[in-house]
Design a protein around this ligand. Structure first.
Ligand code: C2E
Length: 501
């Protein structure tokens, strides 16, 4: 073979090889992306379903006379604390009699025949826009007992706008009911479920994921990834030659992206193993005299590239990695060792730790925190555990765990109250020591916003059911003085008093 032919042969083979590698990368990347999209979509759907379920049971638990003035006010509280819900109300015999937004309805709205009912006797309607009554414009309407809830419109819209050629459905596991659909031509995707995840089909690639607790699956499909063999030979050849260059470059870029995500997880794994996650403390002050009564412990991590990564980014990654317990144990170990002296010097000073619902419902965690408090000679009543409702759990298990911890003397706080993560269901069901009112309420003080008008009622509601309040995110003297005048016996934290250090 002459040298030119050989060069051509090897370049051509190299081109094909690099193009194939680029294609494999592209397919793997597309698959990864589809799986991430299916996962994210299902996570959002589960959050909406959790909130809808809890909202319906919170309404059914109300003791107010349905549709009375007090009842409508309670409905408004509930609505305010639920970011995924657009309106809530009461229904009798298939008619809506009042809602938080519309108040008492002089002419009740007759609901059409339900599209779907699940075993929990929750009935569901989809996409009723203006019919039978133009006050009803929603994506999903749900009725359980005497409660109705309508989800906010376009909750899934950002998936469509962020992803070109995006088609997806949320559906019941047997494919007998589509709960939400995005993109075009979506229902035809259900038969694809018989095929294993990610195989190449004539319509494109797909991925799906199901959630047992809510009988829901999310399926995402993309039409973008076509196999080279489905194009004409000439186009295939051109793609091959051009792809040799472009594919190599793209493959390189794509592989870097995959690597960087995996690297972050690997780095966090190493950081957890080598105790490289640090802690800082943000003081909590008594509003009346602004003395420090305790500190909130906050995790800090600097990546191997010396970038300080926010806990709002790395904590969820650790949660996804299933390593939350390692993080909690590490934070507890470090902070209790460092705070032991300060806590024992004062008669009231306490440390407030962020824990997850998964942590506190786990018997080993309870054993561990008792052991640690003994080891550091810290009375349990000097340790507060802050929980948010980010993970779903059965309320009875959570109540038992909270009761158990409080029996041993630990304090339990509800964190981020008002964000929709930790809401009314906690207040109604679980006695706790304090509720931390989210910074969005603190920011509203002195404004004429709805949050500001709600704040006083929310505080009354909290004091009726629970002990004390901690206002988060105090940033100005004005906010601090207003809170001090209105709630002198309560506590607060925020950059105005102290930053975390
Ligand atoms: N705009 C504003 N922000 C203020 C102000 N004062 C305090 N903050 C910030 O508000 C957050 C309060 O913590 P969080 O609600 O428990 O929210 C925490 C908590 O949910 C989570 N987190 C932090 N440490 C841990 C941990 O050890 N374990 C777990 N599970 N989660 C943690 O990460 C979240 C964010 O933590 P950080 O970034 O440290 O952010 C902290 C704090 O730095 C203020 O005046 N204005």
């Amino acid at each position: 073979m002459n040298i030119r032919v050989m060069w051509f042969f090897f370049s051509f083979m190299g081109a094909i090889a690099s193009f194939s590698v680029a294609q494999v990368f592209q397919f793997r990347m597309a698959d990864d992306r589809l799986h991430v999209q299916a996962h994210d979509l299902l996570s959002l759907a589960v959050k909406i379903a959790t909130q809808s379920r809890e909202t319906l049971s919170a309404i059914n638990r109300l003791t107010t006379s349905p549709c009375s003035e007090k009842d409508v006010q309670e409905l408004r509280y509930i609505l305010y604390l639920t970011p995924y819900i657009q309106d809530v109300g009461r229904s009798t015999e298939g008619k809506i009699t009042c809602t938080a937004v519309w108040g008492q309805l002089t002419t009740p709205i007759q609901l059409p025949e339900a599209e779907w009912k699940n075993e929990r006797r929750t009935a569901l309607w989809r996409n009723i826009h203006g019919a039978p009554d133009n006050r009803l414009i929603y994506d999903i309407g749900l009725v359980a007992g005497k409660a109705v809830a309508f989800t906010r419109r376009n909750l899934f819209q950002h998936f469509e706008t962020a992803n070109k050629n995006f088609q997806a459905i949320i559906f019941s596991p047997y494919g007998d009911h589509v709960l939400a659909s995005m993109g075009t031509g979506t229902p035809a995707m259900i038969p694809l479920l018989n095929q294993p995840n990610g195989i190449l089909t004539y319509v494109g690639r797909h991925a799906y994921e199901c959630e047992k607790n809510f009988d829901m699956c999310a399926l995402v499909q993309s039409k973008v990834s076509k196999n080279i063999t489905s194009t004409s030979p000439l186009t295939a050849l051109s793609i091959t030659l051009l792809g040799a260059l472009a594919g190599a470059g793209a493959g390189h870029g794509l592989s870097r992206q995959i690597l960087s995500k995996r690297t972050l997880e690997k780095q966090l794994e190493r950081a957890l193993e080598r105790n490289l996650i640090g802690v800082v403390y943000q003081p909590i002050v008594r509003l009346s005299d602004r003395t420090i009564v305790g500190v909130e412990v906050l995790a800090r991590w600097t990546s191997e590239d010396r970038v300080s990564v926010s806990p709002e980014i790395f904590v969820p990654i650790i949660e996804k990695m299933g390593q939350t317990r390692k993080l909690t144990r590490l934070v507890i170990d470090k902070s209790l060792a460092e705070l032991e002296e300060t806590i024992n010097r004062d008669s009231y000073f306490y440390a407030s730790l962020n824990v997850t619902v998964e942590d506190i419902t786990c018997p080993e965690f309870r054993k561990m925190i008792i052991e640690k408090s003994r080891l550091h000679n810290i009375e349990p009543n000097r340790i507060a555990l802050e929980i948010t409702e980010r993970q779903t759990t059965d309320m009875a298990t959570l109540q038992d765990a909270v009761k158990d911890l409080r029996k041993f003397g630990f304090k339990v706080f509800i964190d981020d109250f008002g964000t929709g993560y930790s809401g009314i269901s906690y207040l109604a069901n679980t006695p706790v020591d304090a509720v931390k009112v989210d910074k969005m309420f603190t920011k509203s003080i002195g404004t004429h916003s709805i949050q500001s008008r709600m704040l006083d009622n929310i505080c009354k509601m909290i004091s009726d059911v629970n002990g004390s309040i901690i206002f988060e995110g105090v940033e100005t003297e004005e906010q601090a003085s207003l809170l001090q005048n209105l709630y002198p016996t309560e506590n607060a934290q925020g950059w105005f008093f102290w930053k975390a250090h």
